[in-house]
Design a protein around this ligand. Structure first.
Ligand SMILES: Cc1cc2nc3c(=O)[nH]c(=O)nc-3n(C[C@H](O)[C@H](O)[C@H](O)COP(=O)(O)OP(=O)(O)OC[C@H]3O[C@@H](n4cnc5c(N)ncnc54)[C@H](O)[C@@H]3O)c2cc1C
Length: 692
């Protein structure tokens, strides 16, 4: 008889227990188990903080799945889709080909993802704390900051390097704050230019108590111990944005620091999102035996599942403790079904909670008993040591921990060159991205928002806006190619998201890709030249408000929902051929002119026939790139001219103000040119005019 094929998606606490239990109870000839996981190891999350704090080695908290699961076919591949109707999964095999595989039973145990997108700027500037690479990069970052603090002569910069901000004071936030604090403070004796007192580790938490999950006296103990160890508590405080500078708090203050760790925010895994099954807050609803509601051969366990615990009729907590028990019991229930026996509902009494707070201190709630301090810390280490999935791991971690008690923590790190990196950055309105005179470090492309280019008058210290850049524009290339400091400052006009290429990587790309180099050289000549090309008109235009040049708004305003067919008709009816597209709040969303039409058609022509569909019914929201360049009524006519010259365009939409981007009219280049010519002619002496 063909063996039963059971496919397991995930390789965490739940999936491993499931596969282990099933394998130990059913012979290989009767049941084939295939386990798909994105990585070839299981991550032991409770030890991630120790990895970041360098108290254990990286590999001690990651256990190779195939060594842990003999008799299970382990595949390091990402499952793309589950087709519950045909009982098939789809995954990209090693050659990149989409492959389908039939199953008799499938277990979904793909956990949850971290989601830094909940706070603007976090995904660009903060470390998440969920997977092994998060802990490894964080450890490198911490040591790199100490090296930078040692090297710099600027006391403000040194302070910034030695400030570490942790957002969220649940278990992982508390543990990682404790570990960072321990690593940095215990290492200061190896540095000459800073001391323990210079280190600031801040824990930002929206509630009035840390560790809301544990008993009040344990919380209080944890807070006092952490404060005594030097950690600054920022309670009843929310992080509202993160930037290169640090974290903006809800009271308007900016907490400056080079390292931000965000331990809040989870998202549902994409594979679960795409499943059309009953869900509760994104998690898959299951029956008491843990089959997906409405399915006979599909199961869900762990953080991605919503399971009611028969012990207290409450939803099972998304913790490793529960995930393991769910995995084990789901395997036993599957065997019962195959044997024609009755299944049992998930039933588990939580054993307790353990949390290390740093400095050989912890809090523990075990079977109703509360313990805190060194004894709790010993319990914490003992419990997790024996929870580790294999004896080799246990010995490894035990040796690392003993080493950590006797010897200083390891301060070596792989010096990943930041000038070689492709990164992202977020800036709030008003933030400077770089200042005139600073050395060039990155080449930036605007992904979202607008920036203004500012230049200092050579004679005075006045700074004036000389142009506006928007989505798709770039800056920094002139200083990088010329190997000189920035000749202008760049300031965010709105919230701005950038893609940034480090100077060394930029030099390699610009040096080897001829088309890109040519484009950059053209941009440099155009950008650096525009105010030099306007020596006479600059003083004339600088003092001029653009209100006197304004053309009225077009008779017909388009919206994001306008169809392509209607947009073409509107263009035909418009004499000037310049139209504006508004969003649902009547704010400027984009622009459309005849040039855009050709580009849209060209873009559609290169997409597949399947995606083209009926072009005329496509909406502008799907065809146009939003966030076009615009200027505000408060800008001068010089800024408008420079912006048009810089972008090679002949008209601009004008909005009410930078903060209120509702359109009020249009500005045409020819109108400004005409006025400048008139003024210049009037300014010339009569004989010059006659001669001219
Ligand atoms: C820093 C930290 C500390 C923690 N400390 C504790 C603690 O002390 N005690 C405790 O009980 N709990 C703790 N937890 C919570 C615990 O780790 C989770 O509840 C537990 O890991 C959930 O197990 P799981 O099997 O559902 O998912 P996970 O362990 O997250 O495993 C999911 C796996 O599925 C894989 N995967 C996802 N999508 C796909 C796909 N499409 N194809 C293939 N593979 C896929 C992922 O790569 C991952 O390996 C902690 C969590 C964190 C982040």
């Amino acid at each position: 008889m063909k063996p039963l094929r059971v496919v397991v998606i995930g390789g965490g606490f739940a999936a491993v227990q499931f596969a282990k239990t099933l394998r130990s109870k059913v012979r290989g000839s009767a049941c084939e188990i295939l386990l798909f996981n994105r990585e070839n190891h299981m991550v032991f999350h409770p030890l991630l903080a120790d990895v970041a704090g360098a108290s254990i080695n990286v590999d001690a908290a990651a256990a190779p799945l195939r060594q842990m699961l003999p008799g299970v076919e382990c595949r390091t591949e990402r499952v793309q889709r589950i087709d519950l109707r045909s009982s098939e999964i789809e995954f990209d095999d090693v050659t990149g080909t989409l492959t389908r595989l039939h199953y008799d039973h499938v277990l979904i145990a793909c956990g949850a993802e971290s989601n830094l997108g909940i706070i603007p700027g976090m995904s660009e500037h903060a470390f998440a704390f969920k997977v092994m690479s998060d802990a490894i990069y964080l450890r490198q970052q911490i040591v790199r900051q100490m090296e930078s603090a040692e090297a710099t002569r600027d006391p403000d910069l040194r302070r910034w390097h030695l400030n570490f901000i942790i957002v969220g004071a649940g278990f992982s936030g508390v543990e990682v704050a404790g570990e960072i604090n321990e690593l940095v403070r215990s290492s200061t004796r190896f540095y000459r230019n800073f001391r323990k007192e210079d280190v600031v580790v801040s824990l930002v938490h929206s509630q009035d108590q840390i560790l809301p999950e544990v008993a009040p006296q344990l919380r209080e103990f944890a807070r006092r111990r952490m404060e005594k160890a030097g950690i600054t508590m920022r309670l009843n405080t929310r992080a509202v944005a993160a930037t290169h500078e640090g974290v903006e708090l809800n009271d308007g203050r900016m907490l400056k620091g080079a390292t931000i760790v965000c331990t809040i925010g989870t998202a549902i895994s994409p594979i679960v999102q795409s499943l059309d099954v009953p869900k509760e807050r994104g998690r898959i609803r299951t029956t008491p035996e843990m089959r997906i509601e409405g399915q006979t051969n599909a199961w869900a366990v762990g953080d991605c599942a919503y399971i009611i615990n028969a012990f207290d009729n409450q939803p099972a907590a998304p913790t490793g403790q529960f995930a393991e028990r769910e995995g084990r019991q789901a395997a036993l229930n599957l065997i019962r079904i195959v044997n024609g026996e009755a299944t049992k509902p998930f039933h588990f009494k939580a054993l307790g909670q353990l949390c290390s707070v740093g400095g050989y201190q912890a809090v523990a709630e075990m079977l109703g008993v509360h313990v805190s301090g060194f004894l709790a810390w010993l319990m914490w280490r003992g419990v997790y040591l024996f929870k580790l999935p294999s004896w080799s791991r246990r010995i490894k971690v035990a040796l690392d921990w003993s080493w950590d008690v006797l010897f200083p923590r390891d301060l070596s790190f792989l010096n990943t060159d930041t000038t070689q990196q492709l990164t992202r950055a977020y800036y709030r309105p008003g933030d400077f991205i770089h200042r005139q005179g600073e050395p060039a470090r990155v080449f930036s492309v605007i992904e979202e928002g607008q920036v203004e280019v500012l230049q200092q008058d050579p004679g005075t210290s006045d700074t004036k806006v000389v142009a506006v850049l928007g989505k798709g524009d770039f800056f920094g290339e002139g200083a990088l190619l010329g190997n000189r400091p920035h000749e202008t400052s760049i300031r965010a006009r709105s919230a701005v998201r950038l893609r940034q290429i480090g100077s060394a990587l930029f030099a390699q790309i610009a040096g080897s890709f001829t088309p890109l180099r040519e484009l950059l050289v053209k941009a440099v000549t155009r950008g650096s030249d525009f105010w030099r090309r306007l020596p006479v008109s600059r003083p004339l235009l600088e003092g001029e408000s653009i209100a006197s040049y304004l053309d009225p708004l077009p008779a017909q305003l388009l919206t994001k929902e306008t169809t392509f067919a209607d947009a073409i008709n509107a263009l035909n009816d418009s004499a000037a051929g310049n139209l504006l597209v508004l969003d649902e709040n009547q704010r400027l969303w984009g622009t459309l002119d005849r040039g855009d039409l050709y580009q849209i058609i060209a873009r559609i022509a290169v997409t597949s026939a399947e995606t083209q569909g009926d072009i005329s019914r496509l909406k502008l929201a799907d065809l146009l790139i939003p966030n076009s360049i615009f200027i505000a009524l408060e800008d001068s006519a010089f800024v408008a001219s420079a912006t048009m010259l810089d972008h090679g365009i002949s008209w601009l939409p004008v909005v009410k103000s930078i903060d209120d981007p509702r359109p009020v009219g249009l500005l045409r280049g020819e109108k400004i040119s005409k006025r400048v010519l008139e003024r210049m002619t009037q300014a010339q002496p009569p004989q010059a005019r006659a001669a001219g």
